[in-house]
Design a protein around this ligand. Structure first.
Ligand code: UTP
Length: 443
């Protein structure tokens, strides 16, 4: 197989030494709540060629000045530099097939897997993590994606669909599972308010815990950070890969460990057919003694836009659809079946103790072209119609590569995969409604 290893392979970017900035950092640690001063901010910005961020400083109120300096202090400005090495960042190791556990094997063992899974759930060893920090830009709603109403003759929100699915396991096991909900600065308040207003759609409030993910600065194509307002850097959520670090920063890892939770089922907000803490899946991962399990579906075309499971340099990994070469798309395994034909659906079961081991490891950076609202030369806010720069993200799928072994677990796509990315067309509100109906959900 192809593929060179580059200097920036798997996102080896130097840490931002200014993040631990002298006096300013000390005052934060001492609880004085003071950010870096103007002089220190200038020094940091000059170091990274981002001096333009102070362009309107003198026009700001004292409070805005303080806010801007705090943002400059917190921003890891080594990250935008990575856009100069985009190609090197995308390089992969040696890719070989990783066999999935397929439906016939699962059916043959369903009873035993389910019994093992239910035992773990009843012992309180399984928790669920809802990734709901994304911006959902493709769907084009200003509200958090989970607030989208997919109902036709009644209200049926995406969050509600997910809770309904989780409740099936609660009923089956007779056990409430701890549910951790990741939000971001952009949607936290709205998400918490909405779920509270709807009484968590019947889920017990004491089992729901919110935590916020980090934000990352967005830049133009040269890596210059945009200003969103005169006193505010343009930022967006830093991808779903930071979920475990953010969970820890929120103090919830201690809670997870105190509760004796050994497995966390991480899932996306936008798959309304998502099975959460599926006992059969949980049991299979436990019985096969894997660090992580990944629900996968058979692709519906060689070029379907889903990441595929594989081995990379002998460790489990996921190759994104845009990284899949023609050669990989058409490759066959030893039995003559397509070698890279199982796509991930963003439903992973992680062993907590292995996640703790990889806490310090950096994830590779993904640089994504996006439409980024910004202040133009005249200081006027612009909402661009076309992409105008980059967002910088870590992805949960890259955590798979850091785990020792992975069980790809096949599920029937018509029963478990109805992602809502767009309003119409592929992976849309329309297609998800059809699938919900097929599965007997009244709309
Ligand atoms: P997507 O990759 O589909 O991104 O997220 P998105 O932000 O929801 O949608 P677009 O690309 O802007 O249209 C997959 C899952 O990861 C979560 C999302 O909420 C969704 O559940 N996610 C994504 C986060 O929690 N944080 C992020 O920073 C990005």
């Amino acid at each position: 197989m192809r593929i060179r290893q580059g200097m920036y392979r798997r996102g080896c970017i130097m840490p931002d030494r200014f993040c631990r900035y002298k006096g300013a950092r000390r005052s934060v640690q001492m609880g004085l709540n003071m950010s870096m001063n103007l002089e220190q901010a200038r020094e940091k910005l000059e170091h990274y060629g981002q001096q333009h961020l102070l362009r309107y400083y003198e026009e700001l109120s004292e409070e805005q000045k303080e806010g801007l300096l705090a943002q400059i202090e917190a921003a890891d400005m080594s990250v935008p530099q990575a856009c100069k090495n985009r190609e090197a960042l995308a390089q992969k190791g040696v890719i070989t097939p990783l066999a999935s556990m397929q439906l016939p094997e699962i059916e043959a063992n369903r009873e035993s897997f389910t019994a093992t899974g239910l035992e773990a759930i009843r012992a309180g060893k399984v928790g669920a993590v809802l990734l709901a920090g994304g911006m959902g830009t493709r769907l084009g709603s200003d509200d958090p994606k989970g607030m989208y109403n997919v109902g036709l003759t009644r209200e049926l929100y995406i969050f509600e669909c997910l809770v309904n699915n989780l409740m099936e396991v609660v009923r089956l096991s007779g056990t409430w599972l701890q549910l951790f909900v990741m939000t971001s600065d952009k949607n936290h308040e709205a998400t918490v308010r909405f779920l509270k207003e709807h009484d968590y759609f019947g889920y017990r409030a004491e089992y729901v815990h919110f935590f916020m993910q980090e934000m990352a600065a967005a830049t133009d194509y040269e890596g210059k950070i945009y200003l969103e307002e005169k006193g505010k850097l343009s930022t967006s959520p830093n991808g779903n890969g930071g979920w475990f670090i953010s969970l820890k920063k929120a103090g919830l890892l201690d809670f997870v460990q105190q509760q004796g939770i050994e497995w966390l089922n991480v899932f996306a907000v936008d798959n309304v057919l998502q099975r959460i803490a599926d006992p059969c899946f949980v049991g299979a991962v436990i019985q096969r003694d894997c660090g992580v399990g990944a629900k996968v579906v058979r692709k519906n075309a060689p070029d379907e836009k889903v990441g595929v499971v594989c081995l990379e340099d002998g460790r489990p990994s996921i190759v994104e659809y845009y990284e899949l070469t023609e050669e990989l798309m058409t490759a066959r395994d030893e039995s003559g079946d397509p070698a890279y034909y199982f796509g991930v659906i963003l439903n992973y079961l992680f062993r907590v103790s292995e996640l703790v081991e990889i806490l310090e490891k950096k994830l590779p950076l993904h640089i994504v072209e996006k439409k980024i609202p910004y202040l133009n030369e005249e200081g006027v806010q612009v909402k661009p119609e076309e992409p105008n720069g980059y967002k910088y993200e870590n992805l949960v799928l890259d955590m798979i590569h850091q785990m020792k072994n992975c069980l790809p677990f096949e599920v029937v796509r018509e029963k478990e995969f109805a992602p809502i990315k767009n309003k119409t067309g592929i992976d849309s509100v329309e297609s998800a409604r059809e699938l919900l109906k097929q599965n007997g959900v009244e709309l």
